[in-house]
Design a protein around this ligand. Structure first.
Ligand SMILES: Cc1cc2nc3c(=O)[nH]c(=O)nc-3n(C[C@H](O)[C@H](O)[C@H](O)COP(=O)(O)O)c2cc1C
Length: 313
């Protein structure tokens, strides 16, 4: 399936895996790329050595294009330079488009994408030199940048910029995928669907909660703001998680193991998303979900999700 995005990036399916912190395991990133899409990892709280190791590992899993996602409040410039030398796409979110970050990524040889929530931000991203833009609607899971639904923000961004534009937020089945292509998008960036991929790093209890939820159980809130560098923010999360967190008696939701370290996970902590290294009240943690959660009916390999979205089933 050819679009301006696939031609630019060199992939065959117009799907970008959303950066999703530790949910984006090396295996999930590689599996999406192997299926023809653009696999991504998020680089946050990562040392340069760890990043080099992850990129080497991903290279052993796939030789297809992959990308790295950076959250603007926490960009480590050394990691950015390493990523830019190794991956096809360097992606940014959650900050004003910054020509300096774009030029560092370009200098390493990567293409640059920026996820935006408004037309104003899209114009700034194009002016900063971005090669493609992702227009995010408020249907999205995780942190929501703007205030518009997907079709209004997508179509206005398409009118405002000349670079390819992907659609993000609520795209979880073949119909919504075709709808955004019909509206002019060059592809879709999908997150929630891939949380429930076989290769995902998400905690099984979080995935089970996604499988149980209908689309209207993904709600927008600002409650998961504890220890979150992206807050204050609006975020798309499961209603059941909010209710479970409200029902907790203390201020702790559980803990996370990182090597020898055990770190507390506090009630309403906003990062990271519940992953396998966590224990405790997983159902009360930040179980981010967009309205596409209504399309999560079970756990499937990432390749099957890519095929389902692009109608190759
Ligand atoms: C669990 C989860 C974690 C997310 N974490 C990030 C992140 O680390 N970086 C980022 O750019 N976007 C993040 N997002 C937002 C996505 O980039 C994207 O906008 C969103 O997933 C699109 O909506 P969808 O979930 O309905 O597909 C996250 C989304 C989810 C669901």
């Amino acid at each position: 399936m050819d679009t301006t995005f696939t031609n630019l990036v060199g992939c065959t399916a117009p799907i970008q895996l959303a950066g999703m912190g530790p949910v984006c395991s090396d295996e999930l990133c590689a599996a999406v790329s192997e299926a023809g899409g653009l696999g991504m990892i998020t680089v946050a709280a990562t040392s340069p050595d760890t990043l080099e190791g992850r990129l080497d590992h991903i290279r052993r899993l796939t030789s297809r294009p992959v990308g790295t996602n950076f959250l603007v409040p926490a960009v480590d410039r050394e990691c950015l330079r390493i990523a830019a030398r190794s991956v096809r796409v360097v992606d940014f979110f959650w900050g004003d488009p910054d020509p300096e970050l774009v030029s560092i990524a370009h200098a390493g040889g990567a293409l640059v994408s920026w996820q935006v929530g408004s037309v104003h931000e899209a114009r700034a991203a194009e002016k900063a030199g971005c090669d493609f833009i992702i227009a995010q609607g408020i249907e999205a899971g995780g942190h929501i940048r703007g205030t518009l639904g997907l079709l209004p923000v997508l179509t206005h961004v398409l009118d405002a910029v000349g670079v390819p534009v992907l659609a993000a937020g609520g795209v979880g089945n073949g119909r919504t995928f075709n709808a955004v292509l019909a509206a002019g998008a060059a592809g879709a960036r999908c997150g929630t669907r891939f949380v429930a991929a076989t290769e995902s790093g998400a905690h099984p209890a979080y995935v089970a909660a996604l499988v149980r939820a209908d689309a209207d159980e993904a709600v927008r809130t600002s409650l998961y703001n504890v220890g979150c560098p992206l807050c204050p923010s609006t975020h798309g999360v499961l209603r059941s998680a909010i209710e479970a967190a409200q029902a907790l008696s203390g201020e702790m939701a559980g803990e996370m193991r990182m090597g020898d370290q055990v770190m507390p996970v506090r009630r309403f902590q906003g990062v990271p998303t519940p992953v396998k290294a966590m224990s405790g009240h997983i159902e009360a943690m930040c179980c981010y979900a967009g309205q596409s959660v209504g399309d999560v009916h079970g756990v499937k390999p990432a390749a099957a999700i890519v095929r389902e979205l692009t109608g190759q089933v």
